[in-house]
Design a protein around this ligand. Structure first.
Ligand code: ADP
Ligand code: MG
Length: 240
């Protein structure tokens, strides 16, 4: 579903992604960890072409991202992204935040989109907040709205960039619960997170990045029990 082959990415002269080779299958849950500045967000943003790769090949949903002719809006519809800072529209009610893209981009009727939006709000456990504004919700509730908004486009892949890093500790669990149930339903997910308990429990694979490279790519159990690379070991020992 996602295939990086020999990918290089530069910001000017800075070599941010170095020789990335990575294949993610349909239904896989992959967690990316690594120190700040190691290129995790950049790698994630390449997948929906918020960033463009400099060299190599990247194929997502059967589409080569180097192809200049791709319809980028159509391509991005299939990929939901959830950020650290929710990025909800503050002047719109929760329900309108979710309805917007299905109506504008997918051409859904307002009625149908509202019905779909409500079903996703139920799924993330906050149907009662449909008519609230984002500022009236807790951080954990806002992040669940952001996830519902992503799901409402019926994506094939969901990308998460540190979705719980901006949350108070008591709200982290409720967001991870939603992500866990999504994973169990077979969604293809790529998640940057520092939540090691979650990674261990939910991820099929853990990718460890350092200084723009993938240093380790293993089944999550073996990663946590016995990281092969010294850098991964050192990183984990600092977290625990
Ligand atoms: P991480 O998510 O692992 O913390 P990032 O992918 O955000 O790392 O960043 C990797 C490196 O690339 C950092 O050194 C960062 O400063 C740099 N970087 C990120 N985005 C840009 C950009 N748009 N222009 C220049 N440098 C960038
Ligand atoms: Mg980042």
């Amino acid at each position: 579903m996602i295939e990086f082959t020999g990918v290089q990415k530069y910001f000017g002269r800075f070599h941010v992604l170095q020789d990335i080779n990575l294949t993610i299958q349909h239904g896989e849950v992959v967690v990316i960890i690594g120190p700040s500045g190691s290129g995790k967000s950049t790698l994630l943003r390449c997948i929906n072409r918020l960033e463009q790769i400099t060299e190599g090949s990247l194929v997502v949903n059967g589409i080569s991202l180097l192809d200049k002719k791709i319809d980028i809006n159509r391509f991005r519809r299939e990929i939901g992204m959830v950020f650290q800072h929710f990025n909800l529209y503050p002047h719109m009610k929760v329900i309108d935040n979710i309805v917007l893209a299905p109506v504008k981009v997918l051409g859904m009727t307002k009625e149908k989109a509202t019905e779909t939006a409500m079903s996703y709000l139920k799924r993330v456990g906050i149907a009662d907040k449909a008519d609230s504004y984002p500022s009236q919700l807790s951080g954990g509730q806002q992040q669940r709205v952001a996830i519902a908004r992503g799901l409402a486009m019926n994506p094939k892949i969901m990308l998460f960039d540190e979705p719980t890093s901006a949350l108070d500790p008591e709200m982290i669990g409720e967001v991870l619960d939603v992500m866990r149930s999504l994973a169990h339903q077979g969604m293809t997910m790529v998640i940057v997170t520092h939540e090691m308990g979650f990674a261990r429990e939910v991820a099929d694979r853990v990718i460890f990045m350092d200084e723009g490279r993938i240093v380790e790519d293993t089944a999550s159990g073996s990663f946590f029990d016995n990281p092969e690379e010294e850098r991964a070991r050192a990183f984990l020992s600092r977290l625990i």
